[in-house]
Design a binder for this molecule. Structure first.
Ligand code: ATP
Ligand code: MG
Length: 307
C-alpha cells in the first residue's frame, strides 16, 4: 500500500520551477526522508501533498485521496508539522494544545486525557503549565509534534523538524520519531537539509534538487549505485607523514588522498589495498587499520549534486 503516490508533479510560480516533474512513492509504515538543499522544493512538495497548494501539473494521491479535490479527507488523516510553528506564547503548553483540540473538534473530556498522553510522549509533561514563550526551540518543536499527535494521524509530515536545534535536542526528536513509527505504526515523511542527522532514522530517502528527485532508495541502494567505478578506503597509521601521503598519491588509480588526524581517506578507481599497505611499510610508519569505507548519506548527496 502506498501512502503517497505522485507522478510528474509540477509547481511553477511565475517563472520559478519550485517542483519540476517529481515522482514520489512513500510506502505504508516507512520513515521517508525528503532531502535537499535550501530552495530544492521540499516545502512546496509538502504543501501539495496536504492540498494547501494546487500543483501546476501532475497527479498525486495521499492515502488514496486527491489532495486538491479531497483536501478535508487528507487533512483528517494527516498530521503536519510546519517549518515555522505558531503557538501562543502567553498560553501554557497545555492551553495551546487545548485550543488546537477544540479547533479539531475533539470533545473536551476526550481531549484532557489525550493532551496529557501526548505531552508525556514528547517529554513535556513536567513543563506543561509553563508559558510557551519561555520554551526553547527544541521544546517548541516537541510541542509541535505533540500537536500533530493529538488527532492520531495515520501519516505524519514533518518539515525540517530538527532545524535550529542542537545535536542532543535533535537526537531526542529523532528517537521520538522512531518510537512513534514502532508504537503507533505511522507512516512518516521528514524533510530536511541536515543529512547526517536524518540518515540514521530513514528507511528510504529521496534526494530533491531544483524540483526534481535525483535519487531514491535506501542508503545501501544509493551507496551501491555510487560505488560503481569508485572505491573508498580508510587507513589508520601511527603517524601521517608527507612521505606517506606522496607515496599514496603516486599509486596508479588513486584519485584523491585526504588526511585528518591519524586517518587517511583514499579514493581510487581500483582496489588498491595491496599497494597502500606497501606504501605504508616503505614510509616506515605502522599500519593500524585499512578498511573499505561505506558511504555516508552526505557523500551520496554531494555526489549527486556535483553531477
Ligand atoms: N509562494 C511562492 N511564490 C514564489 N516562489 C516560491 C513560493 N514558494 C516557494 N517558492 C520558490 O520555490 C522554490 C522552492 O521553494 P521551497 O520552499 O519548496 O524549498 P525548500 O526545499 O523547502 O527550501 P528550504 O530548505 O529553504 O525550506 C524556491 O526557489 C522558492 O523561492
Ligand atoms: Mg522548506
Amino acid at each position: 500500500m502506498l501512502v503517497v503516490e505522485a507522478k510528474g508533479l509540477k509547481k511553477y510560480y511565475d517563472g520559478v520551477k519550485a517542483v519540476d516533474g517529481l515522482d514520489l512513492e512513500i510506502r505504508e509504515g516507512e520513515i521517508y526522508g525528503l532531502l535537499g538543499p535550501n530552495g530544492a522544493g521540499k516545502t512546496t512538495t509538502i504543501l501539495i501533498l496536504l492540498g494547501l497548494t494546487e500543483p501546476t501539473a501532475g497527479e498525486v494521491k495521499v492515502l488514496g485521496y486527491n489532495p486538491t479535490r479531497e483536501a478535508l479527507k487528507v487533512k483528517r488523516l494527516t498530521g503536519y508539522l510546519p517549518e515555522n510553528l505558531g503557538f501562543y506564547d502567553d498560553l501554557s503548553a497545555r492551553e495551546n494544545l487545548r485550543y488546537i483540540a477544540s479547533l479539531n473538534r475533539i470533545p473536551e473530556r476526550e481531549a484532557r486525557g489525550k493532551i496529557q498522553e501526548v505531552l508525556e510522549l514528547v517529554g513535556l509533561a513536567d513543563v506543561a503549565d509553563r508559558k510557551v514563550g519561555t520554551f526553547s526551540r527544541g521544546m517548541k518543536q516537541r510541542l509541535g509534534i505533540a500537536e500533530v499527535l493529538l488527532k492520531d494521524p495515520r501519516f505524519v509530515i514533518l518539515d525540517e523538524p530538527t532545524s535550529g536545534i542542537d545535536p542532543e535536542g535533535a537526537r531526542q526528536i529523532l528517537d521520538m520519531i522512531t518510537r512513534l513509527r514502532e508504537e503507533r505504526k505511522m507512516t512518516i515523511l521528514i524533510s530536511s537539509h541536515l543529512l547526517h542527522q536524518i540518515q540514521r532514522v530513514c528507511d528510504r530517502v529521496g534526494i530533491i534538487h531544483r524540483g526534481k528527485l535525483v535519487a531514491q532508495g535506501s542508503l545501501g541502494e544509493l551507496s551501491a549505485v555510487m560505488e560503481k567505478g569508485t572505491h573508498l578506503f580508510e587507513l589508520k597509521v601511527s603517524e601521517v607523514t608527507d612521505e606517506l601521503l606522496a607515496k599514496l598519491r603516486a599509486i596508479d588509480g588513486v584519485v584523491s588522498v585526504d588526511a585528518e588526524g591519524d586517518t587517511v581517506r583514499i579514493e581510487a578507481r581500483d582496489d588498491v589495498r595491496p599497494q597502500v599497505s606497501r606504501a605504508v611499510l616503505e614510509s616506515g610508519v605502522d599500519l593500524l587499520e585499512l578498511k573499505g569505507h561505506a558511504y555516508t548519506l552526505e557523500e551520496v548527496y554531494l555526489r549527486y549534486f556535483q553531477e
